[in-house]
Design a protein around this ligand. Structure first.
Ligand code: NAD
Ligand code: DAU
Length: 350
């Protein structure tokens, strides 16, 4: 049985990847290594937690000796590495944690994989999940391609860029079989409500203000999370050793326009008069170093590996809003405790 280690599987994207792999590949044993930080939640995996081909391991990728022992014990055949500190605003208030998890954590996994695979790299793969933010910011025109030079601006994107470089360095220097993908903004179920879409859905429900950074003119390229998981599946199985693939939705939205769409759907779903939620929009101080525009050219992935997004945004956003409205309990659980402290520091005390 092929043993696949997926890191960060209790988080937003990781939980969708775990679900897809556990259900689609009964012939693989899927190990989910996650430290359950504020962003990790085993409730995201309730439906598959008792599957015979799934095992959860609670552990911290920052701890090098622990990771080495874990690889020696389980002798994983492949790694899909998603564990990370992922929120840009948190990287501005506390950069150091991002360096430890995103850089040191990745190096620990690379060292352990290199150590146990050293005699035979055949059928082995270290798949590193990265972001379009490493490429920096676009002006009004153009798209990020795989060869766009790196130009990260936030501590988050700089830490992800650094980890990408290290993964490539282990390939070039030690021959480690690797693949990297850089994806645009994901949306969908189980996303922690610090990120724009679930934060605003939650705030609209609670009649709280909607904090739009700057003038709301920044542009993001939104991809439904299950389409990202499908792209990861395709790249894991068919991606070429050493290659990078960009993943994106060809679905650019100015923040303010996207927010208005969310407001409109929420008014309808909550039976409120049209325009009610828009009144909650409040322009606040801009994010420091706020990248203006991200947009991905995913034609390499589409042409070489045959992936394309399956869902139109209109359908995806409606499904997403329905999910949060139907899963009030999930939302309540993750927005209690530490979340309140974070919210206060990020939005009320600023
Ligand atoms: P997330 O914050 O929802 O989940 C991260 C997971 O990693 C959590 O379960 C957390 O507990 C775990 N984790 C954090 N530190 C850890 C540590 N030291 N040891 C073990 N586990 C730890 O993140 P996400 O949005 O699902 O992103 C997953 C990956 O995809 C990240 O690498 C991120 O950079 C990348 N990515 C995210 C997006 C996006 O839009 N969310 C887009 C492109 C790429
Ligand atoms: O592009 C991929 C990246 O997308 C991932 O690598 C990151 O892990 C993920 O968090 C996401 O980063 P962003 O910074 O783009 O996502 P976020 O949801 O934080 O913000 C989206 C946009 O909305 C951004 O322009 C900032 C703005 N925003 C965000 C928040 C939380 C607001 O205007 N107000 C807010 O309160």
């Amino acid at each position: 049985m092929k043993k696949i280690l997926i890191t960060g599987g209790a988080g937003f994207i990781g939980s969708h990847v775990i679900r897809l792999f556990v259900n689609k590949y009964p012939q693989y044993k899927i190990y989910n290594l996650d430290n359950l930080t504020y962003a990790g939640n085993l409730a995201n995996l309730k439906d598959i937690e008792n599957s015979p081909n799934y095992e959860f391991i609670k552990g911290d990728i920052i701890e090098g000796n622990y990771i080495m022992n874990l690889f020696e014990k389980y002798r994983f055949d492949s790694v899909i590495h998603l564990a990370a500190e992922s929120h840009v605003d948190r990287s501005i208030s506390n950069p150091t944690e991002f360096i430890y998890t995103n850089i040191v954590g990745t190096v620990n996994l690379l060292n352990a994989a290199k150590h146990i695979w050293k005699d035979n790299f055949e059928d082995k793969l270290f798949y590193h999940i990265s972001t379009d933010e490493v490429y920096g910011s676009l002006g009004k025109e153009g798209f990020f391609v795989e060869t766009t030079p790196y130009d990260p601006h936030s501590p988050y994107s700089a830490s992800k860029a650094s980890s990408d470089h290290l993964v490539r360095a282990y390939h070039d220097t030690f021959g480690l079989p690797i693949v990297i993908s850089n994806c645009s903004n994901n949306y969908g179920s189980y996303q922690f409500p610090e990120k724009l879409i679930p934060l605003f859905i939650n705030n609209i429900q609670n009649n709280e203000f909607l904090p739009v950074y700057g003038k709301g003119e920044n542009v993001r390229d939104w991809l439904y999370v299950e389409d990202h998981a499908k792209a990861i599946d395709v790249i894991f199985h068919n991606g070429k050793n050493g290659e990078t693939y960009n993943i994106g939705g060809h679905n650019e939205w100015k923040n303010i326009d996207l927010i208005k769409v969310v407001c409109k759907i929420m008014d309808k779903k909550l039976g409120r008069k049209e325009g009610t939620s828009e009144k909650l929009i409040t322009f606040v101080k801009d994010r420091a170093g706020h990248d203006l525009r991200y947009a991905i050219d995913s034609s390499k992935l589409q042409k070489e590996l045959g992936w394309k997004p399956s869902l139109q945004f209109e359908e995806g956003i409606e499904k997403t809003i329905d999910w949060y409205l139907e899963n009030e309990e999930w939302l309540k659980n993750v927005t209690s405790g530490d979340y309140l402290k974070y919210y206060e520091q990020q939005y009320v005390k600023r």
